[in-house]
Design a protein around this ligand. Structure first.
Ligand code: SF4
Length: 187
């Protein structure tokens, strides 16, 4: 099975990749597409770790750089439910489209490993998009691998982010090690 893994970040993808690379029936590729991540400096830190992950585990990753700051700022505001649901849809839609265009059989996402995301919504969205693009959505509840992903990331030195990704989540995060960034507009 040719499987495309949408990758949100290296810590979330690492244990999934480790597991999939042990399955001879799966031909794995990655797709890094996260226009939600702000600012660009943060986006690029995460991207560099995904490049390292690709090299360490020997699997190809396509990178698509896109910055949707205006979209997030003007269209979604602080309605968190709408914001996250839209965020999943945009990333999964583009991953599914990419999978279809490149001849993959199925797609999935590293978002399924996070205990902090709306798992059921991601699964439902993935299944809807699979139908739309004539693909299979590879579903597995990867949350049991979450801890393993952190272990691999610490061992390999992958960047471990301190907020989900968008500028709203940056301001909402109270992590003491959050990097100091300034945005164009205070929220
Ligand atoms: S909190 Fe996370 S999932 Fe929700 S919109 Fe922001 S980056 Fe996307």
């Amino acid at each position: 099975m040719k499987l495309l893994l949408h990758i949100c970040c290296a810590p979330c993808a690492a244990a999934i990749v480790e597991k999939m690379r042990k399955k001879p029936e799966i031909d794995l590729s990655g797709y890094y597409y996260n226009p939600n991540i702000h600012p660009l400096e943060e986006h690029d830190k995460r991207k560099r770790s995904v490049e390292a992950l690709s090299a360490d585990f020997g699997f190809p990753v396509d990178f698509r750089d896109e910055n949707g700051l205006e979209f997030w700022r003007n269209r979604l505001g602080e309605n968190k439910e709408l914001r996250c649901s839209t965020c999943y849809s945009i990333r999964l839609n583009e991953a599914a489209k990419h999978a279809m265009e490149k001849g993959f059989d199925a797609f999935t996402t590293s978002l399924l490993i996070s205990p902090y995301q709306n798992h059921e919504l991601i699964k439902a969205r993935g299944e809807q998009l699979a139908e739309k693009f004539g693909l299979q959505f590879y579903y597995e509840d990867f949350r049991e691998l979450y801890r393993r992903g952190r272990e691999i990331s610490r061992a390999k030195g992958y960047y471990m982010q301190k907020y989900c990704g968008c500028m709203y989540s940056y301001h909402e995060s109270d992590h003491p090690k959050k990097p100091i960034y300034t945005f164009e507009k205070n929220l």
